[in-house]
Design a binder for this molecule. Structure first.
Ligand code: NAD
Length: 490
């Protein structure tokens, strides 16, 4: 597959002519070659988006007209869902049962949801005592730079593209340089449904160049970034150039609190899903498990027993329950966290190594790994590992659980498992996190805001908030006739 950039309605090579190979992380095979853009390509895409925005070709359409394009995109994505799920698995390493049931369907839902939302946007209006009127309207922000990561490539792109376009902005999307395949297929659809040239642009290349240009450029009005907290900090700095609006969806180290009154086997399975889903490469992964004292030993033992049986394999196989990590560099980072956990004295109860047998030798597979008896000073407890590595701590009571759960620089997600609903509600009300669950994990709904407290981000994706973050609000104060102000005597 040959992937190029889509700028101003044209498929183009990088200005430098540079190309890069994209590989399948399950076996190291080359699956595509992509244009490898740089700062000048980003500038070109921004210029096209600027021109399209200023022309009003998109922002002057009615909400219904823009929504019609989004419905068409959703319909085409749906028609191609099987192919897209396969390609996402091939590029990212994630298992096919996830791409078919979550990644692609959620991307489709997101386009439909924002098409519905934008049509339903209400105008606020107030009539004053002097019969004047104030109307409050929404307007697009302008050119939006959308920078997304590799862990849910199409879904993360859809979460930003759909509301940005629905609101009337023009966009430049920069997918991760490691996973451009599904974004490329989405832009083929964008072209096919006839979105005008320059309204939606795809630029490819490294974050430090292409992404940074989107964050810094004076011609970009808003940047929406999904990725690591350190990169988010750098984007925030760059965005001060013209006081860009920013949305940051960043990392996490989310706690799952397990009380001793739960259905034991179901609870074990939920804890496994919380951390090992997508091989732990989920911003909201339940990477810190807090288990109440009476069941702690038995829980850790059973968790290790079941984690050892997880079917790790090539994502293309229907049997695989956990796939490869998305790239070699990241796999080595995860392995170095495992090493540091062992050196810091955590008790390794399962996994702890790369898997290279039974057909996995050329892929980037790490065994489901669990550390017990950890303490809050260890790096594996404090830092986001973003891999299949769980740390398990013991807690005594409600107060102890809340204190431990909130002891993090992050505040993306958290969950509590218990049969006592009053207790569960008390606890979630005290969790300093934007996404919380009671007796479940990982469920994400397109109508509910997604984002974090503390260093997990700024702003929200999804829900009505996800659209508001792509709009300016304007108040229009109307007097029918000019009247004297009556302030000045002479
Ligand atoms: P990353 O921060 O390395 O990269 C994300 C994107 O930013 C990529 O497109 C990359 O090319 C670009 N980028 C890198 N450096 C840049 C720079 N200096 N300026 C501008 N852009 C730059 O993240 P990743 O490794 O791709 O993804 C993993 C991270 O994403 C994890 O920390 C995870 O928690 C986070 N994440 C958060 C959410 C959320 O909704 N909160 C969702 C998914 C992933």
């Amino acid at each position: 597959m040959k992937i190029n950039m889509y700028i101003d309605g044209e498929w183009v090579e990088a200005l430098s002519g540079e190309r890069k190979n994209i590989i399948n992380p399950a076996n190291g095979e080359v699956i595509a070659s992509t244009a490898d853009g740089s700062v000048d390509d980003a500038k070109k895409a921004i210029k096209a988006a600027r021109k399209a925005f200023d022309s009003g070709i998109w922002s002057n359409l009615s909400a219904e007209e823009r929504a019609a394009y989004l419905y068409k995109i959703a319909d085409r994505l749906e028609e191609k869902a099987t192919e897209l799920a396969f390609l996402e698995t091939l590029n990212n390493g994630k298992v096919i049962r996830a791409t078919t049931t979550a990644d692609i369907p959620v991307a489709i839902q997101t386009f439909r949801y924002y098409a519905d939302q934008v049509k339903e946007l209400k105008k606020e209006s107030y009539i004053r005592a002097d019969s004047s009127e104030t109307i409050i309207i929404h307007e697009p922000i302008g050119v939006c730079g959308l920078i997304v990561p590799w862990n849910f490539p199409l879904m993360m792109a859809a979460w930003q593209i759909a509301p940005a376009l629905a609101a009337g902005n023009t966009i430049v999307l920069k997918p991760s340089e490691l996973t451009p395949v599904s974004a490329f297929k989405l832009f083929e659809i964008i072209e096919e449904v006839g979105i005008p040239a320059g309204v939606a642009n795809l630029v490819l290349g490294p974050g430090s160049k292409v992404g940074n240009e989107l964050a810094e450029s004076l011609d970009v009005d808003k940047v929406s970034f999904t990725g690591g907290t350190k990169t988010g900090q750098s984007i925030m700095h760059a965005a001060t150039s013209n006081m860009k609006k920013i949305t940051l969806e960043l990392g996490g180290k989310s706690p799952l609190i397990m009380f001793d009154d739960v259905d034991f086997e179901a609870a074990v399975e939920n804890a496994m899903f919380g951390i090992f889903h997508n091989a732990g490469q989920v911003c909201s992964a339940a990477s810190r498990l807090l288990v109440q004292e009476p069941i702690y030993d038995k829980f850790v033992e059973r968790l290790a027993e079941r984690a050892n049986k997880i079917v790790v394999g090539n994502g293309e196989s229907e049997n695989s329950e956990m796939g490869a990590l998305t790239n070699e560099f990241h796999m080595n980072e995860v392995l170095s966290y495992i090493k540091s956990g062992i050196e810091e004295g955590a008790r390794l109860v399962c996994g702890g190594k790369r898997l290279t047998e039974n057909g996995l030798e050329r892929g980037f597979f790490v065994a489901p790994t669990i550390f017990a008896d950890v303490n809050e000073d260890m790096r594996i407890v404090k830092e986001e590992i973003f891999g299949p590595v769980l740390v398990v701590q013991k807690f005594k009571d409600e107060e102890d659980a809340i204190q431990k759960a909130n002891d993090s620089i992050y505040g993306l997600a958290g969950a509590v498992f218990t049969e006592d609903m009053d207790r569960a509600k008390r606890i979630v009300s005290k969790l300093r996190a934007g996404i919380t669950w009671i007796n479940s994990y990982h469920l994400a709904y397109v109508d509910s805001p997604w984002g974090g407290y503390k260093q997990s981000g700024i702003g929200r994706s999804l829900g009505s908030a996800g659209l508001e973050h792509f709009m300016e609000m304007k108040q229009i104060n109307i007097h029918q006739h000019v009247k004297p102000v009556g302030w000045y005597a002479n």
